[in-house]
Design a protein around this ligand. Structure first.
Ligand SMILES: NC(=O)C1=CN([C@@H]2O[C@H](COP(=O)(O)OP(=O)(O)OC[C@H]3O[C@@H](n4cnc5c(N)ncnc54)[C@H](OP(=O)(O)O)[C@@H]3O)[C@@H](O)[C@H]2O)C=CC1
Ligand SMILES: O=C(O)C1=N[C@H](C(=O)O)C[C@H](O)C1
Length: 252
């Protein structure tokens, strides 16, 4: 049995995971953490991890970037592994996550779905062939109107995956509205659309002369992220301190 503390338990993802775990005989949410205790849950809810005195194996985090520093500090005190799914972290926070992973196991992924983790690999192969043939790369992501961060963590992860193959040559272009010049060869455009209840769409466009190749992933429900997060929690239980990602959990 994997005993989970759900950080951000009253949010959209926290409640989706609560439903998924109810059907899972090998996992249990033993406590929740959320700043507002507005929901009825079958487990006790605390305002901060520091107040939680329940024994657990792992924390699943889908909350807010502002909550990540205290989450890390308190998880270290309690020696609890974290499946870190919140996006929109600052460069400073990303450094802190890496440092903390020397003390506790941390699995960080901007997208817990199998499809996106497959796509992270596919785009590497694509860019290695298409960039030398002068294809331009653009990423377009679409999400619901409740999302706070832009561009999405997944769009940035896809860009980083592509840029890794290119030895960091690409410069990310988030806004062309104030520019009055042609697209540069080493630009990687990232555009964000927000509206309605779109769960999550990511398109990676390789545009060449007279031909275009597009990779697209569509999430039709938040359950794809929730299932991945629960699988990651089971994987992380009892691990050594270290920095992990979804490629350690899913075989691709
Ligand atoms: N890695 C992945 O696969 C995915 C990542 N995400 C990311 O997960 C995060 C959460 O997404 P989602 O569930 O849709 O967002 P929600 O806003 O619906 O849920 C977040 C919850 O965390 C609460 N919260 C805010 N601040 C704190 C705090 N300091 N301590 C504890 N709880 C806090 C919020 O409360 P309140 O509403 O009162 O602010 C809310 O209940 C986002 O960063 C999103 O981008 C989402 C889906 C997939
Ligand atoms: O906020 C969301 O909803 C999502 N956030 C993640 C991101 O920023 O990439 C993952 C997913 O696309 C849904």
């Amino acid at each position: 049995m994997t005993r989970i503390i759900m950080h951000g338990c009253n949010g959209a993802m926290g409640q989706t995971i609560t439903r998924i775990v109810k059907e899972d005989a090998e996992a249990e949410i033993v406590a929740g953490i959320d700043i507002h205790n507005t929901m009825e849950n079958e487990y006790p809810v605390f305002q901060s991890l520091s107040q939680c005195d329940i024994e657990a194996d792992v924390i699943i985090d889908f909350a807010a970037a502002v909550a990540v520093d205290s989450l890390l500090d308190n998880a270290i005190v309690k020696r609890l592994p974290i499946v870190l799914c919140t996006t929109g972290l600052t460069e400073e926070q990303l450094k802190k996550v890496k440092q903390c992973s020397n003390l506790i196991p941390i699995l960080k992924s901007a997208n817990m779905s199998l499809g996106i983790n497959m796509l992270l690999k596919l785009v590497k192969e694509a860019v290695s062939v298409l960039a030398p043939a002068d294809f331009d790369v653009e990423i377009v992501e679409k999400h619901h109107n409740q999302k706070k961060d832009a561009p999405s963590g997944t769009a940035l992860a896809l860009a980083d995956s592509i840029n890794e193959v290119m030895d960091g040559q690409y410069e990310y272009m988030f806004d062309r509205s104030t520019r009055n010049e042609k697209r540069g060869k080493k630009e990687l455009g990232i555009s964000a659309v927000r509206g309605g209840t779109i769960v999550g769409e990511h398109e990676v466009i390789f545009a060449g002369t007279d031909e275009v190749i597009e990779f697209k992933h569509t999430a039709y429900s938040k359950a794809v992220f929730a299932k991945g997060a629960v699988a990651a929690a089971k994987f992380l239980k009892g691990r050594r301190p270290g920095f992990y990602d979804m490629s350690d959990v899913v075989r691709i």
